[in-house]
Ligand binder design. Structure first.
Ligand code: SF4
Length: 362
């Protein structure tokens, strides 16, 4: 079975080079070709000797997520539906290996692009406003599958890349429930010799998995942290996000207070505004109280009406909510989801694909 190179760290590639009887420095050379230069064909790794390339071509492979469909939006973003095979590369169906579909979105804006990627196929967390939840957890992604989504999106859009790349781990899945693979991918993304992104430009979004937040706080190299808050009381959050019964607001926010934020680092609180559910002025006041003494900003995300039984907030309620936060000194921004014309909500494409062949969408 060929050895998968994608997702391996520089140290792992160094050990691999030694196992082939090659000098250790060949490992970092492969690492650089893969992640910094985005060479996905061993033959194109011209920093390696010809004989080694020939051997690697036989004994290794580089498996990128396969693009099943691209959905370009009117607003310039492109939504990708990827197919991934079995995690160990064994044929799908053998030893319980499952293929899956995952989603990523490339969103260009002046001076930068943001790429939203998945960390699991499906998700077990069961947030009631999320379509991915309806898929259940299909499987964890490997580090190679996580970093591969970024590499494919960058490579696909190489002609129009802006100088800055932001990554948000907000696609399918709860990143902190696939901790090791997610962090292995993040280390490659943040490594100056790898994809070379700045830590403040890579954001991991969690539904509030407290042990994962505590573990992340101990990491030397880590992304920015966003918490999917979405409610102003336990009662409300229990109803929207059952994970709140395991990690209620007091426990979650205490973990945030203990989190060793670095200078200029802050939390982002994501708050999906659901019309008539969590968007009242009283909710806004409670959010202010919850976030007192936390270095945080709040992203207010008006709900997109879709297949779920929620309605969009009115323009007035969005403005009032935001004003209350700002008046009380809580930085707040309204963020509209992009790509709404191309099934923007996370999980939407995979759900549609599960239900009917994609060709019916053409
Ligand atoms: S919002 Fe995120 S954590 Fe919640 S079910 Fe959807 S993918 Fe999972």
């Amino acid at each position: 079975m060929p050895v998968e190179l994608l997702g391996k760290s520089a140290d792992e590639l160094r050990e691999f080079a030694l196992s082939l009887g090659e000098p250790a420095y060949r490992g970092p050379q492969i690492y650089r070709a893969l992640y910094a230069e985005r060479r996905f064909d061993i033959g194109a790794m011209t920093n390696l000797p010809v004989a080694l390339r020939a051997r690697l071509a036989k004994e290794t492979r580089i498996t990128l997520p396969r693009i099943m469909r691209r959905f370009p939006s009117m607003d310039g973003s492109i939504r990708y539906l990827f197919s991934i095979g079995g995690p160990s590369g064994n044929p799908v169906g053998s030893r319980g290996e499952k293929s899956a579909q995952i989603e990523a979105v490339f969103m260009p804006k002046e001076g930068r692009q943001t790429i939203c990627i998945s960390t699991q196929a499906g998700c077990a967390v069961d947030c009631h406003f999320c379509l991915t939840a309806q898929l259940g957890l299909i499987r964890n992604l490997t580090a190679g599958e996580i970093v591969g989504q970024v590499l494919v999106a960058l490579q696909e859009n190489r002609e129009q890349l802006a100088p800055q790349t932001n990554i948000v781990l907000m696609g399918q899945g709860e990143p902190l429930l696939n901790y090791d693979a997610t962090m292995a991918a993040v280390r490659i993304l943040l490594d100056p010799k790898g994809v070379a992104l700045a830590p403040r430009h890579v954001t991991l979004s969690t539904s509030g998995i407290v042990p994962g937040i505590e573990r992340l706080g101990q990491e030397k190299i880590r992304p920015s942290l966003a918490i999917s808050l979405n409610a102003s009381s336990d009662e409300q959050r229990d109803a929207l996000m059952p994970i709140n019964r395991k990690y209620p607001l007091a426990v979650l926010l205490e973990a945030c207070r203990r989190y060793p934020l670095r200078p200029r680092e802050y939390f982002t609180m994501e708050y999906v505004l659901l019309g008539g559910v969590n968007d009242s002025p009283e909710d806004a006041c409670r959010v202010v109280r919850l976030l007192a003494h936390l270095r945080t900003k709040v992203n207010l995300i008006p709900w997109n009406p879709g297949n779920l039984p929620y309605r969009a907030p009115t323009g007035d309620s969005i403005e009032e909510f935001k004003s209350i936060l700002l008046e009380k000194g809580v930085p707040a921004f309204v963020r509209y989801s992009r790509g709404q014309d191309v099934f923007a909500a996370c999980g939407q494409l995979a759900l549609i694909e599960t239900a009917s062949p994609l060709s019916t969408l053409q």
